[in-house]
Design a protein around this ligand. Structure first.
Ligand code: DC
Length: 220
């Protein structure tokens, strides 16, 4: 069966950093489901599909062959045989993924892949619908949030470290818009599972959050 830790929450709450940290400490596999939605969006962009055309997205998503491999303890996403890890973190792909992840065919395809990856393995999986939809029987479910201003500050720091300029007000506005879209979509909206534990990471360090989650896990 494997032991399952599901971490859901809005963008910038620290899910991937914390999930990776926990997976490393517990020796579990880390599955970043957002990367799969990003790879799918990259495919649809590269094919020139109108992302607002639901039928076109539904039909064309069938041709994206997305797989996950683990190389040097890192999750590597392959799109039709090509390693796309270096191409899926742009603003263009973020926006496209937010649009295309509402499509039921896209979700069905990727949820099946995620469930397969978690079969018979100990996993920490992060996303938006892991506790509610992908792994409803997860052993530990976390809903990780942080104040939108704090999330914007974190994002700005990341961009500045890459040498890019940032306007914190614009970033916060983008974050709020994306939250709204993720929370109000019809299929698998971002909501905390009834049995999820809510953690607000605004004023906690990564280690504090990771420790809190590990303590909830019976394998600790
Ligand atoms: O976590 P992220 O920013 O890499 O996610 C990219 C997009 O994919 C984001 O708009 C939300 C969407 N997503 C989703 O709908 N369901 C998931 N399980 C993970 C991500």
């Amino acid at each position: 069966m494997g032991y399952k830790i599901a971490i859901d929450g809005p963008a910038g709450a620290g899910k991937s950093t914390i999930a990776k940290n926990i997976a490393k400490q517990l020796g579990f596999i880390y599955v970043d489901t957002g990367a799969m939605y990003r790879a799918m969006a990259l495919y649809l962009l590269s094919e020139g599909i109108d992302l607002k055309d639901e039928q076109a997205v539904s039909i064309n998503c069938a041709d994206a062959y997305i797989t996950i491999k683990y190389e040097n303890n890192e999750q590597v996403v392959y799109l039709n045989g090509e390693n796309v890890n270096g191409m899926i973190r742009t603003e263009q792909v973020s926006k496209a993924a937010s649009l295309t992840s509402v499509n039921p065919n896209v979700r069905k395809k990727l949820v099946e892949l995620q469930q397969k990856l978690a079969q018979d393995t100990d996993v920490v999986m992060d996303g938006r619908d892991i506790g509610t939809c992908v792994l409803p029987d997860a052993d530990v479910k976390i809903f990780l949030t942080a104040d939108s201003r704090v999330r914007a500050e974190r994002r700005c720091k990341e961009l500045e470290q890459k040498g890019e300029k940032c306007d914190i007000d614009v970033i916060e506005k983008d974050i709020k818009e994306r939250d709204y879209k993720d929370m109000t979509r019809d299929i698998s909206p971002l909501v905390a599972a009834e049995d999820a534990v809510l953690i607000d990471s605004s004023y906690m360090t990564i280690d504090e959050v990771a420790e809190k989650i590990i303590k909830m896990s019976i394998k600790y």
